[in-house]
Design a protein around this ligand. Structure first.
Ligand code: SF4
Ligand code: SF4
Length: 316
C-alpha cells in the first residue's frame, strides 16, 4: 500500500491504520492471539500503523501481532490520565506491555475534553517531558471536539491529531463535519500529522462504508483513517479499497450489510448510572433505573462499557 507522510513527523504511514479498539474487552473480546493474528495479517499486506490506547486493553494483541515482524510499524497509543504521575505510569506500561524501547506516538486521549490545553495541561506537559527523555517519539491529541482540534494547530508540542470525523458529523460534540474538516485543514497547514477516527461513526454508516471512507480520505490534510477490523476478509477488502483497487462488489455488499449495536445485559444492571454519565453523546439515559440507548445518537464507541463496574455493556 502506498505510504503517506504524517505531517512533519518524518513518519510515513499507510492510509489504513489498524484500529484495535474492537479487538479488546470493550467490543469483540478476542484473545491476544486471535487479535494478534488479525493485526499480523494486515501488517504483512502493507498496513504500517497500529492504533491502541491504555483504555482499550489491547497491548497484548498488538504485541502478538508484532512478534517477530521485521517491517516498519508505527505504534500509536493514548493516555486518558489527567495527572503527570499517571501519564508516566501509562507510558511505562505501554513500553513494557508492547515490548518497545520507545513509543512512536502517544496521544493525550482527550476525546471528551472540551479544552485539553486547560483540563489536560499537566498530562500534555508530562508527555513532552517523556519525549525529551526519549520514551516517546511524538506527542499527539485525540479529540471529538472541533474547538480542541482548532486549538491544537497553534500548539507546536502537538505533532499528530486524531480527530473524529465522518460524513454525517455523528459524534462530533460541538459542530458539523464541515467545521471539523476546516479544523483538520488548519492543523495540516500547521504541519500536523492527521489520521481520523470514526469514519463509519462506530458502525452506524456501515451500509455506506465505501462512500464514508472516500469522504474522509478525500479531506484536505487527512493522512489516514483508523479502522477497527475483525476478520481477514474485512482487512483485505479495506486494503484493496484504500489502495485504490476496484472493490469486489459481493464482498462489500456483505460487509456493508453487517449490523452493530450496543448490548446491555440489563438483568445484571445495578442501576448506578455511571454508564449514562460517561456518554457525552447523550445517547444513554437512565429510564426506570436501567440504561436505555438512543441508537440515533450512539456512535458505538464502547466508552460507557469501560465505566460499568458489572462489565455488562458491550458493542456487538
Ligand atoms: S452509549 Fe456508549 S457506545 Fe454509545 S456513544 Fe454513548 S458511550 Fe459510546
Ligand atoms: S454502569 Fe453498568 S451497572 Fe451501572 S447503570 Fe450502567 S449498565 Fe447498570
Amino acid at each position: 500500500m502506498q505510504q503517506r507522510p504524517l505531517g512533519n513527523t518524518g513518519i510515513n504511514i499507510s492510509p489504513l491504520v489498524y484500529g484495535t479498539l474492537p479487538l479488546g474487552y470493550l467490543q469483540a473480546k478476542l484473545t491476544p492471539e486471535e487479535g494478534g493474528r488479525l493485526i499480523r495479517h494486515a501488517l504483512e499486506r502493507g498496513v504500517t500503523a497500529v492504533d491502541t490506547a491504555t483504555l482499550y486493553e489491547t497491548y497484548g494483541h498488538v504485541r502478538e501481532g508484532l512478534k517477530g515482524f521485521t517491517g516498519e510499524v508505527t505504534v500509536i497509543t493514548k493516555t486518558h490520565a489527567a495527572d503527570a504521575a499517571t501519564v508516566r505510569a501509562h507510558v511505562e506500561r505501554g513500553l513494557t506491555e508492547l515490548g518497545r524501547e520507545r513509543l512512536d506516538i502517544v496521544h493525550c486521549h482527550a476525546a471528551r475534553i472540551e479544552d485539553p490545553f486547560v483540563d489536560r495541561a499537566a498530562a500534555i506537559e508530562e508527555l513532552v517531558k517523556l519525549k525529551e527523555e526519549g520514551k516517546i517519539a511524538h506527542v499527539g491529541l485525540s479529540s471529538h471536539y472541533i474547538a480542541a482540534v482548532r486549538k491544537a494547530a497553534q500548539h507546536p508540542e502537538i505533532e499528530v491529531i486524531h480527530p473524529l470525523i465522518n460524513r454525517t458529523g455523528m459524534g462530533i460534540l460541538d459542530g458539523t463535519a464541515e467545521e471539523m474538516a476546516a479544523a483538520i485543514k488548519l492543523c495540516s497547514e500547521a504541519g500536523k500529522g492527521i489520521y481520523a477516527m470514526k469514519a463509519l461513526a462506530g458502525g452506524n454508516l456501515i451500509a455506506e462504508a465505501r462512500a464514508s471512507f472516500a469522504y474522509v480520505l478525500g479531506l484536505q490534510g487527512c493522512h489516514g483513517i483508523a479502522v477497527g477490523m475483525l476478520s481477514a476478509q474485512e482487512i483485505d477488502a479495506n486494503i484493496a479499497l484504500f489502495s485504490g483497487a476496484a472493490p469486489e462488489e459481493d464482498v462489500w455488499q456483505e460487509l456493508e450489510s453487517r449490523k452493530r449495536r450496543l448490548a446491555i445485559m440489563k438483568n445484571f444492571c445495578k442501576g448506578c448510572g455511571l454508564c449514562a454519565a460517561a456518554c457525552v453523546n447523550g445517547a444513554l439515559a437512565m429510564v426506570d433505573g436501567k440504561p436505555q440507548v438512543d441508537e440515533t445518537a450512539c456512535v458505538l464507541c464502547g466508552y460507557c462499557g469501560a465505566e460499568c463496574p458489572e462489565f455488562i455493556i458491550r458493542v456487538v
